[in-house]
Design a protein. Structure first.
Length: 383
């Protein structure tokens, strides 16, 4: 048994001090220091925050590697790299590419999930497309967009053990039938994104079974007072959570408080949408088979279209704390229990409750990651 002491424990919306967090591969509990047995291994948090590990449910790549590379090496490299940012579990995210390439990516992720990875844990896959709208494809490749027909339903069911989340445009032909079938008969969550839906079509998609929104504001119909669009539906509906890329590039930081009022505390999710240039220097990279140019933290296609990000999840949390009224004790939920609920893994991930996986991170007041534990094992230490 191990015990973390001298930390500011983030638990149940509070900051708990002068206590010890006991764990093995699972969380044992938070106890008075005097109650600890003498044979525990002590880990000194050195006054840092002690929190559940971050969960990134939308990330394409990191450290020059991409999910669509279709190799175990790529997934393992991503897993190891993002652990340094406090991410203890994640969904490698596919792009709208050929069916064969998507299958390869799914098979590889299935293998790595089963075998385990050094660093962050693969929980499953986020399929971003290929069932999207050409008009709002963003950095996705329109050549490979597919219809969500009966064959698509069967394809997804064949991979329901690994697919945890699917981004779909609810207005395209066959989408609502697809959404109903998948939401009712699998454990997969459906998210609306890369969509030209109007407000009514978006609400119909939500009624059909959509429970999440992919990178709110980006690649969807905007909020207008007479035509509220997908953004309006996402903010208005209590049934959907909203993920947002809080790098201050994808969404103006001045809007963060407004979104918080609509979706926080339990329906707001931080994601990175990071591509392979994450953790790397500026230059030319690729996403979904298209050239991406990274300059001063912004990743764009040749025509200027935003193409994912190079955001780290700890930076996203820092940005939200800096630009909203949420303190760290509540904001931590945006990167932990909220994404866990979105993909239905909150029974064993997302908090420091007794019995959950011992995914634990330490960070300082500026959310710089100092120490990372994944299921009881130390996977990163920043001295």
């Amino acid at each position: 048994m191990k015990a973390i002491v001298n930390g500011r424990i983030l638990f149940d919306g509070q900051i708990i001090e002068n206590k010890a967090l006991l764990f093995e591969d699972k969380i044992i509990g938070i106890v008075d220091i005097q109650e600890m047995s003498q044979d525990v291994e002590i880990i000194d948090a050195k006054g840092h925050y002690v929190a559940p590990g971050f969960i990134d449910i939308h990330i394409h790549g990191y450290d020059t590697k991409d999910t669509m590379d279709g190799t175990e090496e790529a997934i393992r490299t991503i897993a190891k790299g993002i652990a340094q940012n406090g991410v203890t579990s994640f969904l490698p995210t596919t792009m709208t590419m050929s069916k064969e390439e998507i299958i390869t990516a799914l098979e590889v992720c299935r293998t790595v999930k089963a075998q385990g990875s050094e660093g962050s844990q693969v929980l499953g896959v986020h399929m971003e497309g290929p069932y999207i709208n050409e008009a709002f494809k963003g950095a996705q490749n329109g050549k490979y967009i597919q219809e969500p027909n009966a064959d698509a339903v069967q394809f997804v069911k064949d991979y329901q053990d690994i697919v945890k989340l699917i981004t779909i445009a609810p207005e395209i032909e066959g989408a609502n039938e697809f959404i109903k079938e998948i939401s009712n008969n699998t454990g997969i969550a459906l998210s609306m994104g890369h969509t030209k839906a109007d407000f009514n079509q978006a609400m119909e998609g939500i009624e059909a079974g959509i429970t999440h929104t992919t990178h709110l504001f980006n690649a969807m119909t905007p909020l207008h007072h007479r035509n509220p669009g997908v953004v309006g539906a996402a903010l208005a509906s209590e049934k959907v959570s909203c993920e947002m890329i809080c790098d201050t590039i994808h969404v103006n930081k001045g809007l963060y408080p407004l979104v918080m009022k609509a979706k926080a505390p339990d329906k707001f999710v931080l994601v990175t949408d990071c591509m392979c240039a994450g953790g790397c220097k500026d230059g030319e990279y690729a996403l979904g088979g298209q050239a991406v140019f990274v300059t001063e933290g912004s990743a764009r296609l040749q025509d200027g279209t935003l193409a994912g990000s190079v955001l780290r999840l700890n930076e996203a949390l820092r940005n939200v704390i800096e630009h909203t009224e949420y303190g760290v004790e509540k904001a931590i939920e945006f990167a932990t229990i909220n994404p866990a609920k979105t993909i239905k893994v909150d029974a064993f991930k997302g908090t420091l409750d007794t019995g959950k996986d011992a995914d634990i991170i330490f960070f300082d007041d500026a959310v710089n990651i100092k120490y990372v534990i994944n299921r009881g094992k130390t996977i990163h230490e920043n001295n």
